[in-house]
Design a protein around this ligand. Structure first.
Ligand SMILES: NC(=O)c1ccc[n+]([C@@H]2O[C@H](COP(=O)([O-])OP(=O)(O)OC[C@H]3O[C@@H](n4cnc5c(N)ncnc54)[C@H](OP(=O)(O)O)[C@@H]3O)[C@@H](O)[C@H]2O)c1
Length: 306
């Protein structure tokens, strides 16, 4: 079901495009919407569960509804930030994960191409098996769980529908979530520490956390440079979840004594997780004006913007 489009911020420039962010209610989606409006685009977001004022409702597992929305709104840019992000949920419901993460993005890209819209698709470090050193854009993907498999299929479907699409792979997304109470890799640690809880953090899973406002800035920089294909967008470095906890304590002046070293095995998770899930971007090195900050710098920005 689609509700009337009212979340448009009009711009004076005649040259700007409309941006439709599918999954605008998510962590990354809301930062993409904010970046779009900051840059003078007219932006429209969608949600799928709890309504967000002035957003359109869209469940992408209804592929026909997703195609219809793109054809009706006729945006200049379609950003696909919607996904089934619950990794264990994808393992238990691979049919739903396939529809949301694999089939829908390809169909949305096809519908976008038909109306002449540029496509930006968001993907994940979980397309890799995490058995070797940090992965760059040329590393062959080899997913080890249903989430990773369906997201990889989604990337391929998008690029098959539109070879000019931009695919942005991120890792352990974090940032302030102003629309949902859902926590992320950093706010979960912050909330727990502030409540005085002991927090088990993996010492055997390494990631390069992606800061949502940074991802949004880079995505629009690349879009405006008319870049296509796969780009990795994450902070510089490769930290264990435990080291992330230590960095959060340093940045926010909280006690590290509450951090408990633990392992993936201790957690008895449904889906296997890649252990070395860090991303580097060879392709961004060509653009000196697109900085890749270290994690601690993004934490400083997070603290300043609370
Ligand atoms: N979370 C991570 O750590 C992480 C890491 C690497 C890559 N990624 C990728 O980054 C992108 C954004 O994720 P995020 O971190 O912003 O996750 P998030 O906060 O969980 O947001 C997910 C978004 O997808 C929407 N959505 C879920 N199922 C949907 C459906 N069936 N139809 C339409 N919309 C649906 C949600 O809508 P509602 O809010 O209405 O439910 C929400 O807007 C995804 O492509 C994800 O695969 C995430």
């Amino acid at each position: 079901m689609v509700t009337p489009n009212s979340f448009t911020v009009r711009c004076d420039s005649a040259a700007v495009n409309d941006v439709l962010v599918i999954g605008g209610s998510g962590l990354l989606g809301q930062h993409l919407l904010r970046e779009a409006t900051t840059r003078g685009y007219r932006a429209q977001g969608t949600y799928s569960t709890e309504p967000v004022p002035r957003f359109l409702r869209l469940d992408v597992s209804d592929v026909a509804a997703a195609r219809e929305l793109v054809s009706r709104v006729r945006p200049g840019v379609v950003v696909v930030a919607a996904a089934m992000t619950n990794v264990d949920g994808c393992e238990s419901r691979p049919d739903v994960a396939e529809r949301v993460n694999a089939i829908a993005p390809g169909e949305i890209a096809r519908a976008s191409k038909e109306v002449g819209a540029r496509v930006v698709h968001v993907s994940t470090d979980y397309v890799f098996d995490g058995r070797s050193a940090p992965s760059d854009e040329s590393t062959p993907p080899k997913p080890i769980n249903a989430y990773g498999r369906t997201k990889l299929e989604g990337e391929r479907n998008v690029l098959a529908a539109d070879s000019e699409a931009l695919v942005v792979r991120t890792c352990a997304n974090f940032g302030w979530n102003r629309l949902r109470s859902k926590e992320n890799s950093v706010t979960w640690i912050l909330r727990g520490l502030r409540q005085g809880k002991a927090l088990p953090l993996f010492t055997d899973q390494r990631v390069s956390p992606s800061y949502a406002p940074h991802v949004a800035r880079v995505a629009f920089d690349l879009l405006e440079k008319e870049e296509a294909g796969i780009y990795h967008v994450a902070t510089k470095g490769c930290l264990s979840r435990f080291e992330i906890g230590e960095a959060v304590c340093r940045a926010f002046g909280l006690p590290a004594s509450l951090l408990i070293p633990s392992t993936l095995e201790d957690a008895h998770l449904v889906a296997p997780r890649p252990r070395l899930s860090c991303l580097t971007s060879r392709r961004l090195e060509r653009f000196p004006n697109i900085p890749v900050p270290p994690f601690h710098e993004t934490l400083d920005e997070l603290r300043r913007t609370e």
